[in-house]
Design a protein. Structure first.
Length: 155
């Protein structure tokens, strides 16, 4: 059985159900499209949440690493301190031209003898400790440090 609609088209009951169903689907799709941004944000916020997960434990942050890896003493003698401070115990002395491996650098600047610099944790052949950065020149390769050492010793 066909019916004539206001648009002048004759449709069967089956066609009418299909058209009405499509209209209902279109309204639902439009609603979903309006809600989609909200759903995406909600999903993004909750995706990283895991209430049952253990907290991540990061290792303690060490003293800021030095970019340079070698230091050459430029003064006649330099004290190697036990801590990065002038008043700390003296571990020993090194002479001009001595090459020291730089282990780390303090994150803070200090002023010693009117000069402002970082303290460097260093290690030599038989000594390790802290030296004030203004008393040494730093180099990225051992070859550069060896050349500078020879120049400072007059070789």
């Amino acid at each position: 059985m066909k019916q004539v609609y206001s648009d002048g088209a004759a449709r069967s009951r089956h066609d009418s159900i299909t058209i009405d169903g499509f209209r209902a689907f279109s309204r639902q799709a439009a609603l979903l499209m309006r809600m989609l941004p909200l759903l995406v944000v909600l999903l993004a916020v909750t995706a990283g949440c895991d209430r049952g997960a253990d907290p991540v434990e990061l290792p303690p942050t060490p003293v800021v690493s030095a970019r340079e890896s070698w230091a050459v003493v430029r003064r006649a003698y330099v004290r190697i301190q036990g801590e990065p401070a002038v008043g700390s115990s003296i571990q020993g002395h090194v002479r001009r031209g001595a090459i020291l491996a730089v282990i780390e650098r303090t994150p803070f600047l200090d002023t010693v003898d009117g000069q402002r610099d970082h303290w460097l944790s260093v290690a030599g052949d038989e000594i390790s400790g802290w030296v004030f950065g203004a008393y040494v020149d730093t180099y990225t390769t051992v070859e550069q440090a060896q050349t500078a050492s020879r120049v400072l010793r007059g070789e």
